[in-house]
Write a protein that binds this ligand. Structure first.
Ligand code: COS
Length: 379
């Protein structure tokens, strides 16, 4: 067992940290307040190779391992959580899925542009009536001679507005539950496709989240991913990897909370001494550090299992549920340490707490992660 990062992983950490500190952090509070999508940052992430990190260079990706991806995600999230979720969806839900399951045709025509960051992807599984119960979907894909015709509504789609291509799950055969679900890649330029207005969210406010509407959208039959009926398993196995990305986002938030707490508590003087001299504050800092380090190790373990082609679903669920709860606790304590200054937008502290909350919800709630873990224990 070796806890040392490789030279390549260290380089990725340095590159991501420098980019995040210099180019993401300065405008993050303002973008959050104005809900401004970070266009320049996303372009820069593409230049750095951060949009398709784990994709084989043959398909214009970075050819990096999952630990490198987790490291970069943490650094980006430490500065700007909205940028990190845009990156995470493109990497772990779109590019990973296409690399693993799609045809050469799709890899050539879609994956290359997505992995290089020339185009942006989105992943649409949830619907207004189906969230955790993901197979309970109503979107239909009717087969015609050379195409599938899609009708239905998807919601909670990150990158719904700013993406070019969308992974869509739809029912190709009714009455057989999850075995009737198939997976497609859809070009948003297709006729009949429409995007709802961006949701007004508690956190990650400069990323976009929308509904998507399909009104007789014709998708060429070549755009089917895998075989008919394989969609649900493709979705769940892809989400296993996505959860490593969201866990990394969560510890980015937690790490930012710790760093801000350390520096503020050393500066803030009350009763003639810095508040960091009080054990009440020291205990909070120590607890944050213990929890962040534990969460990071869970993430690296899940990422390593994935890179070793071993089962990593339960490890990813453990990492996600724990890291997201650590992010919530650390960001709440960070606000507490900052007192009134933590409660106003300007200091960028309350944003961490608002952003942390979503990591307990999306890509599988904490309750679903525990269900996955418990099912494995009881099987
Ligand atoms: N990878 C691949 N296949 C999987 C899988 C995984 N991680 N987990 C389950 N499956 C397979 C099962 O083996 C089963 O196949 P068979 O019927 O051939 O045996 C099939 O998928 C259905 O599994 P299961 O009966 O366990 O499905 P459930 O409907 O009970 O759902 C949960 C399982 C709840 C774990 C799943 O629906 C889930 O993860 N929900 C959360 C969805 C989510 O994260 N949404 C957020 C979207 S992004 S905002």
């Amino acid at each position: 067992m070796n806890f040392e990062l490789t030279e390549e992983q260290k380089l990725i950490k340095r590159t991501a940290k420098e980019f995040a500190n210099n180019e993401l952090a300065p405008g993050a509070v303002e973008r959050d307040q104005t809900k401004q999508w970070p266009k320049e940052a996303v372009e820069k992430m593409a230049d750095l190779g951060f949009m398709g990190m784990m994709v084989n260079p043959k398909w214009d990706g970075g050819g990096m391992d999952t630990i490198s991806y987790a490291i970069a995600m943490e650094e980006v999230a430490r500065a700007d959580d909205s940028a990190s979720v845009i990156m995470s969806v493109n990497n772990s839900l779109v590019c990973y899925l296409l690399q693993k399951y799609s045809s050469e045709f799709i890899k050539e025509n879609y994956l290359k542009d997505l992995a290089s960051g020339k185009k942006l992807g989105a992943f649409s599984l949830s619907e207004p009536q189906s969230g955790s119960d993901a197979s309970n979907m109503l979107t239909i894909a009717r087969k015609e001679e050379n195409c599938y015709v899609l009708n239905g509504t998807k919601n909670w789609v990150t990158n719904g507005l700013n993406s070019d291509y969308v992974i869509v799950f739809a029912v190709t055969e009714q009455g057989i539950g999850h075995r009737g679900i198939s997976c497609f890649i859809v070009d948003k330029k297709n006729k009949g496709f429409d995007v709802g207005k961006p949701e007004d969210k508690l956190g990650i406010r400069s990323s976009d989240t929308t509904e998507l509407y399909f009104d007789n959208v014709k998708v060429p039959k070549e755009n089917l991913i895998g075989k008919e009926g394989e969609g649900f398993k493709i979705a769940l196995s892809t989400l296993d990897g996505g959860r490593i990305g969201i866990a990394s986002q969560a510890i980015g938030i937690a790490q930012a909370s710790l760093e801000k707490s350390v520096s503020y508590s050393k500066e803030r003087v009350q009763f003639n001494k810095p508040i960091s001299a009080n054990q009440a504050i020291q205990n909070k800092l120590a607890n944050m550090a213990i929890e962040i380090e534990s969460a990071r190790l869970l993430i690296y373990k899940a990422a390593w299992l994935k890179d070793m082609n071993q089962n990593f679903g339960v490890a990813a669920s453990m990492a996600k549920v724990y890291a997201s709860e650590v992010a919530m606790r650390a960001s709440t304590e960070c606000v507490q340490i900052h007192g009134g200054y933590g409660y106003i937008a300007e200091t960028g502290v309350e944003r961490l707490m608002r952003d942390a909350k979503i990591t307990q919800i999306y890509e599988g709630t904490s309750e679903i992660q525990r269900l996955v873990i418990a099912r494995d224990l009881l099987k």
